[in-house]
Ligand binder design. Structure first.
Ligand code: SF4
Length: 230
């Protein structure tokens, strides 16, 4: 089976298991910049914690302008539970200022433009072009890197950009964004980092790192002797 065929099977199997491929970060669809902020805050933090923090943050600052003019210390205080709060607060204000000054108050729609915003890397940029603009995207977060490696789609590669480059030619661009969302759900449920539940895994038949077939135990010399011969 080629990598492309294996990828197509993984896409189909996870699509069936998780029909809803939604981003777990909560944001207002009318305010797409909120997803850029939430994704920045999610680095080294759980989506659940980010959602608690952004509830307060987005209520306190309800527009791009409000964020651009926000008091740094105040934003730091609110985003503190997400960790790395000084840098995250600075990036939050900086990215909103940049969207206002360089992009006419809009969220850019290309990866190349998005990564010019403070604190925005390829992971965030891919998420935005996929979720906001419905363009092909590949979000190489920890789940994507781990599971695609185990499946043998990106063998031996862990650097996010290289994983993205390896997946792009083998994933259906129409499905790639949703597939990455489903990998997050699957990575939490089944193919966890420390204890993958291979025995109950729907991807087991196509997985390169699934459990090896059980070896039949060689009978010992003693076991070969029929009871009546002993
Ligand atoms: Fe992960 Fe195991 Fe499933 Fe492979 S068989 S995808 S390692 S849970």
């Amino acid at each position: 089976m080629t990598k492309k065929e294996r990828a197509a099977q993984a896409v189909a199997i996870l699509k069936e298991r998780y029909p809803e491929a939604i981003c777990s970060l909560v944001y207002d669809k009318e305010k797409p910049y909120e997803l850029v902020i939430a994704t920045r805050l999610s680095a080294q933090c759980t989506d659940a914690r980010v959602n608690i923090v952004t509830k307060e943050l987005f209520a306190r600052y309800d527009s791009l302008e409000a964020f651009a003019n926000a008091d740094l210390a105040e934003v730091e205080e609110i985003v503190k539970p997400c960790g790395f709060f000084r840098m995250k607060a600075k990036d939050t204000i900086g990215m909103c200022q940049a969207m206002l000054s360089r992009f006419d108050g809009k969220v850019p729609d290309t990866i190349e433009e998005l990564i010019t915003l403070p604190g925005v890397g390829r992971k965030t940029a891919n998420l935005i072009v996929g979720d906001i603009y419905h363009k092909p995207s590949i979000v190489t977060d920890t789940h994507c890197i781990r599971i695609c490696g185990r499946l043998g789609l990106t063998t031996g590669i862990t650097e996010p950009k290289k994983v993205e480059d390896a997946l792009r030619p083998i994933l259906d661009p129409v499905e790639s964004g949703d597939f990455c969302h489903r990998l997050v759900l699957f990575g939490r449920d089944v193919c966890t980092a420390r204890a993958p539940k291979c025995e109950e895994c729907p991807l087991k038949p196509i997985c390169k790192e699934g459990p090896a077939p059980k070896k039949t135990k060689k009978p010992s010399a003693r076991a070969k002797i029929k009871p009546e011969e002993a």
